[in-house]
Design a protein around this ligand. Structure first.
Ligand code: ATP
Ligand code: MG
Length: 481
């Protein structure tokens, strides 16, 4: 199974199929396990057969040897009598020899060995006073050989040799091995079939995800991958859908931002164009020209401020998480107030700083400056003549709190949810006149979110607005940067 991926540059890459490899490994592992079990079972049953046969045969042989050892005279007649007395020993052949290995008794009358030396390996071993057992398995027949010495009060007087052909045991052994092999084969076939079914099903689901990825790569972010079941692939599918949702949101935000930004930039540029065309086309007096040029300057300033804010917004968004320093809030508040006091005076706004309790926090000083500057600037801009603006620094539990409260125009309820959006202004005309671009609070919120802070707003239309910002206090004893 192979997946061919064709990229736009026409280069073709062939990927090996993971599921085929997985299924193959599965089959090989089960094959190895079954082979091991097969060999192990065969070996064990072989051993069990061997041991029980060995015990039974040696016992039988020792019994005959002990009966013979009790004879006063050991010869063909007395041994034949004794064997006959013992009844059926159920052996194929029985030979009794003297201590020199010459046969005294042979259960076979045809080709009898009586009187001859029978130096079979088992007999030689038994005449060295050992019990011997050996077996052979061939052509479905089990052949067992056993020999034990005949000892009369410790003196060797011969040996008993027995041989047994056992077809039924051979058949049993053979059928056992055959059954194990058949079961192994059947199991392996079942494993192969299941592995193949699994590989096909897995591959089908994987291809579904791959197809969805390609659709989304082409830009259709609304596409959703539909995975049934409840395994890891389903989780993968769900995660993938979440990811595309986020991609769609950020893509929409990006589009919205580009369109908003170009719209915002278009207005001052159009004013500049209109003003400069008017100067060129009309025969104006010097006073009017100066007024028009000053307007052009104001629009250029506005463009400048807007591009500065856009730049700082993109700088903040691309900041690394660890970019911060330990900063005390009060000095930054004072720096902002020094910067904005002239504008406040010009607008007739009195500023009341109440820097009761200063605390160190983790943030870049420039970022803290931006937050306080934007909030104070708004408090002045959206205030009423003769109004006031208070800045309170305090501590609530483990948080440093900055409250910026004005006695200005307030924010209508339906606008509260939007004031932190980029380019949003409640009263576009008023805000534009004061040079606002609607980016200040968006910058404030982005910085606060990046620094684990919090911002809330309380407002009453016509009475004023209070922004409350809080940051976790940096505790030099507990925290480390
Ligand atoms: P910029 O700050 O980019 O120069 P801006 O002041 O218009 O422009 P923001 O600071 O983001 O933009 O504020 C968004 C809007 O929220 C403002 O246009 C204004 O309508 C409203 N707003 C903000 N602060 C106050 C306030 N203290 N009182 C009343 N309205 C406010
Ligand atoms: Mg502002």
């Amino acid at each position: 199974m192979a997946i061919i991926s064709e990229k736009k540059n026409k280069s073709v890459r062939i990927y090996g199929s993971a599921q085929t490899r997985f299924a193959l490994i599965n089959v090989i592992i089960t094959l190895l396990v079954l082979m091991f079990l097969n060999v192990y079972t065969a070996e064990t049953s072989h051993m069990l057969f061997y041991q029980s046969k060995e015990t039974a045969m040696i016992e039988k042989c020792q019994l005959a040897a002990s009966e013979i050892s009790e004879l006063e005279i050991i010869n063909t007649a007395t041994v034949s009598d004794t064997i006959a007395r013992m009844g059926s020993l159920r052996v194929t052949r029985l030979i009794v020899t003297d201590q020199a290995g010459r046969s005294i008794y042979d259960s076979l009358t045809l080709n009898s060995t009586v009187g001859k030396y029978v130096l079979l390996p088992e007999i030689v071993q038994a005449l060295r006073v050992n019990d011997v057992f050996r077996w052979e398995y061939s052509n479905g027949t089990m052949r067992s050989f056993v020999a034990t010495p005949i000892l009369n009060y410790g003196t060797l007087s011969g040996c008993v040799y027995m041989m047994e052909y056992d077809i039924s045991q051979g058949v049993l052994m053979y059928s056992l091995l055959r059954n194990i092999l058949t079961i192994t084969l059947v199991l392996e076939i079942v494993v192969i079939i299941f592995s193949a079914i699994f590989a096909i099903a897995f591959s089908k689901r994987m291809r579904r995800i791959l197809a969805s990825m390609r659709i989304i790569r082409e830009g259709d972010y609304s596409h959703k991958v539909k995975m049934g079941g409840s395994d890891e692939l389903t989780v993968l599918g769900d995660e993938f859908n979440d990811l595309t949702d986020r991609l769609m949101i950020s893509e929409n935000k990006r589009r919205q931002f580009v369109s908003d930004a170009s719209h915002e930039l278009k207005t001052p540029l159009a004013s500049i164009k209109l003003l400069s065309d008017s100067i060129l086309q009309n025969d104006m007096d010097m006073e009017t020209v100066r007024e028009f040029v000053s307007d052009i300057g104001n629009e250029a300033d506005r463009l400048n401020r807007m591009s500065q804010k856009l730049l700082s917004l993109s700088r903040i968004e691309s900041q690394e998480d660890g970019d911060c320093e330990i900063v005390n809030i009060a000095p930054t508040v004072q720096r902002v107030l020094r910067m904005l006091s002239t504008i406040a005076e010009e607008n007739g706004i009195s500023i009341i700083p109440r820097l009761e309790q200063d605390s160190p926090i983790l943030i870049l000083e420039d970022d803290l400056y931006q937050i306080i500057f934007n909030l104070v600037e708004n408090g002045i801009k959206y205030n009423v003549p003769g109004g006031s603006l208070s800045i309170l620094l305090s501590r609530e539990e483990d948080n440093a709190v900055i409250k910026v409260a004005d006695t200005g125009v307030g924010i209508p309820d339906d606008a509260i949810g939007h004031i932190f959006e980029r380019f949003y202004r409640v009263d576009k005309a008023r805000s534009r006149k004061s040079g606002g671009s609607g980016l200040g609070l968006a910058i404030v919120r982005t910085i606060i979110q990046r620094n684990r802070g919090d911002i809330s707003v309380k407002t009453q239309l016509g009475k004023g607005t209070t922004f409350t910002v809080s940051f976790p206090i940096f505790d030099t004893e507990e925290d480390e940067i």
